[in-house]
Every structure is written in structure tokens, then in C-alpha cells.
Design a protein around this ligand. Sequence first.
Ligand code: ADP
Length: 584
Amino acid sequence: MLASIRWRITVPYAVIILLTTLGLSLYISGQVRQARHADLQTCLLGEARIMASALDFESLPSEAGALDAQARQWAELLGQRVTLIGKDGTVLGESDFDSATMDHHLYRQEVQQAAASGEGVAVRFSRTLEQELMYAAVAVRAEGDVAGYARVAVSLAQIEATVSRLSRTILGAGTLTALLSIFLASFIASRTVRPVRELTAAAERLASGDLNIHLLPTTRDEVGLLTRAFNHMAEALRAQVTTLARERSRLEAVLNNMADGALITDVHGEVVLVNPAAARILRIDAAQALGCTFAQAVHDHQLIELWSACRAHQQEQVATVEAGPRGSFLHAIVTPLSEDDALRVLVILQDLTRVRRLETVRRDFISNVSHELRTPLASLSLVVETLQDGAIEDPAAAHRFLAHMENELAGLIQLVEELLELSRIESGRVPLDIAPTKISKLVKKPLKRLRPLAERKDLTLVRALPAPAPLVLADSKRIQQVVGNLIHNAIKFTPAGGRITVSAAIHADEVVLAIADTGIGIPAEDVPRIFERFYKADRARAEQGTGLGLAIAKHLVQTHGGRIWAESVEGQGSTFFFSLPRSP
Ligand code: ADP
């Protein structure tokens, strides 16, 4: 309880007031008692003196109790107890008791003083009356000698009663004052403390993250100043936190969206930051990696070595490593975060796998193009040589050679045209004229065009489209080109007597067209690759064709938002599928 300011202020005041009151009451009652005693003493002595001067001891008898009547008379007059004592201490007269039963009084203190100096006063507990009494004795003189003593006594009970009444009054007033002061002090303290309590609550809310705090200063005193200072602090904090949060979210956006992986380890070597790209490149779970050591999180010994070297030498380490289960190529830059804080390390990972693959694709492309060009060019140069060597003189042979040259040139022209076409489609330079189109329209023209070729090879061409034909979103010319290409391939790779079927399956949001043949089929390992440029399944290598047809078909279908794939069993036939979105 005393921990609260309110009680710390209230209790000492109450104690001080109570102690002061107690002291005051003691002091005042002492003073009053003393003054009353002095007054009483003077008064009693005066009375005893009057009595002494009025008494004539010489003419009085000297046996005990002889003066009782006189003593009672005096006592009645004075309103006090009166004792008349003989020279030898015998009680001659006593107002309140039986003098016969009273003992010798010469050695009473006041009597002794009166014997010595004429007057004596004493305060004593009277066993006879069983209370505190004040006695005043005056010696009665007869011709210069002490003849006896006149003694007046009065009870002090009254004085004590007055004094204790006074003390009680003072103490009562003191207690009341103390209670009032407790009440007042506690009221003032609680008023003073209330804004401090509010401040405390506000500070706690601030600490728990509620930054929108503004207190209204209710006083102009120190607490009011404190409230204002608190408001300033909260405002400054709010501004700082907002700035930090904004910067943090910017940084987070950069980290989350950058293509390079970023990873930071702290002084203990534990991972404190992993961005999504790093998690993707390293194939780890970002949340799980946090708090793990770098080695636990990354699992790749080359990267761990780089990181350790950076920590050991406090120098940037750069290397290209082949990491991960997919054999990704990574360009890793491991940097100490700052000069004086070198134990924190930033790891930046650039995934070069795609770049590498593109390089390979480009190399393969060039070698494929050269290969495709070399054979017809070599053949052409051989024919030209043969003609120069004299074959030109033989008209029949010359005609045969020219026909051969024409054939090779046609192949070359087709290759160049298909290459141009592919590059145009790939770079998006072929504008599509997409419109809701019946699928029957898409297959009609190519079937009509290729039917004579199929018939020449003794193949059956079957059209099995559902009726009514659904509408798809397509550029009809381009899709006709795809269908034509697929039927042409089927004709090319199906031996005489075979059958080619064009059908369609309708799904909720797409239509899947299928061109199935009963031809030579494609080896299972080649199926996933036949849509690559220049790819020809081995057995077909000798056949005519550039290997670009399916690549062009794939790009065209994909630009329509569709998919293309093939299923094949070697020796039994192949089916090529492609999907087109349905027209709503
Ligand atoms: P090409 O112009 O040489 O036919 P494509 O890209 O159209 O090139 O075909 C690539 C390869 O896919 C062909 O060389 C062939 O090996 C294989 N292929 C395509 N269609 C079929 C099919 N219907 N049956 C068997 N193999 C096929």
C-alpha cells in the first residue's frame, strides 16, 4: 500500500499531526496542572494562615480531639478539610475524620516544613481518604514559640479531572485534524496522481504497439508538462515507426520481387533473411530456413565454402557454382555486410540456368541450321560439278540433274521460309485475327487440300467431328495451317493402307482436336521433344522435312491460349492433340 504516492503523502502527515497533538496535549496539561497547583497552594496557604492567626492554642486543651468542633466549623467555612495539630504532633481537631483514631502528625512533610520555616506544602496520597491531596500547614505561634499547626487539605481529583478533560479535548481535536488531513491529503494526492496513472496506461499501450495516442494535458503543473512531453514523444515515435515501416515495406517489395536470391546471416551464422527467389533457387522453405545455420539451410558444400571464406577473410567472394538437385548454375556473390560489422553476410544468388539453356539452344540452333543447309548445298555443288564435268552435254542426264537441283532448291526455300515464319511467330509479329469459328471450318480446307496426297499413298482420311460443331476462338487461317501440318505429317509417317482420323472432343471451356494415324509411331523417348525446333525422330531423319513444322504449330496454338501434345505407340500410330478455347 505504501508503494502508492497517495499513501506515501498521506500517512506521514497524519503521523506528524498525531504526534504533535500528543506532545501538545502532554505539554499543555502539564502546564495547566502546574499553574493550578500553584494557585491552589497559594490559596490553601492563605486559608491556613488566616486560621492560624485566628486560633489561640494556649488557651486550648492539648488532648487529641479537643478541637474537633472548631475544626469542623472552619472546614464548613472554608469548604476544605481542616486539621489542627498540637505542638507535639497530636491531632487536636479534625474536620473529616475521627481524630481519636488518627496517628501522630509531627512527621508529616508539610508539618516538618512548617516547623522549620513556618509554612509547608505537600502533595501526597492520603491513605485515610484514598486520594491525592494537597496539604498546606502553617505554624501557630504563641509568644514566639510554635504552639501548634493549622493544616488545610484539599483533594486534587478535581484538578486532575480538569487536566484530563483538557488533554482529551486536545487529543480529540488532533485526531479530527489528522483524519481531515488524511482525507484532504489523499484527495489531493489522488488528483495529482490521476494524470500520472493515465500516463502510465498510455505508456503501456504505446509499448504494446498502439501508436495513436494523444493525451489531453489537464493541469499546468509538472504533470501537465510531462503529459505534453509524452505526446511529443509519441508523435516522434509514430513518425519514426511510419518511416521505418514504409522503408521496410519498400525493401520487402524489392526483396520479394527481385529475380536474384538474397540471403542474410547474422553474427552467429544464422539465417535471418531469405527472399522468395533464394528459396526458389535453393529449393528450400524460407520459413524453415530462418534461425538455422547457413550450412543447415543451404546444404550445398560449394556455397557453404564460399560463405565460410567470406566470414574468415571478411572479403567479398564471387563464384559460379553448380548447385541443387536440378544442377542449376548459380552466380553467387557473398559479401560482408559492412566494414565494421563483417560477421554479417549477404549472399546474392543469380540463377544462370536459363541463360545457360538459352545459350545451348542458340548453339544447337546454329548447328542445326548449318546441318540442314549443308546437305542440300553439298548435293547442289556435286550436281553442278557433275554438269561441268560434261554431263551438261548429255541432255537426258542434264534434265535429270536440273530436276534434282530444283528439288534441293525447293527444300532450301521451304527451310528459309519456315525459319522466317517461326521467328515471326516467336517474336509476336504475326497478328492473330481471332474470331468465333466453327471447328468444321478449321479442318475442311486442309482435308480438301491433302486428300489427293493421301489417296495417292492409299490412305483413308476420316473426318469424325461432333454435330453440331462447337465454336472456338481462333484465327481460322492459322489453325488451318496447324491442322494441315499435322495431317501432312500423318500422311508422311503412315505406310500405305493406313488410316488417318480427324476428331474433336468438347469440354467445358475448350475443344480438343485430335489427328490420329496408324503410322510408324514415335519412340517414347522422342515424344516429349518432337515440338522442339529441328527435332526429328531418328527413323524419320532420312525423310524429307525441316523439323520445324511442329515447332511452328506449337507456337501458333500457344498464342491462341491453347496446348499441344502427342501420344504415340511405336509401330502402331500417333495421335496429335491440340486445344482451343471455346467461344462463350
Ligand atoms: P517435319 O517438317 O520434318 O515433319 P515436324 O516438326 O513436323 O518436322 O516433325 C518433327 C518430327 O516428329 C518428325 O521428323 C517425325 O520424326 C516426328 N513426327 C511428326 N509427326 C509424326 C507422325 N504423325 N508420326 C510419326 N512421327 C511423327
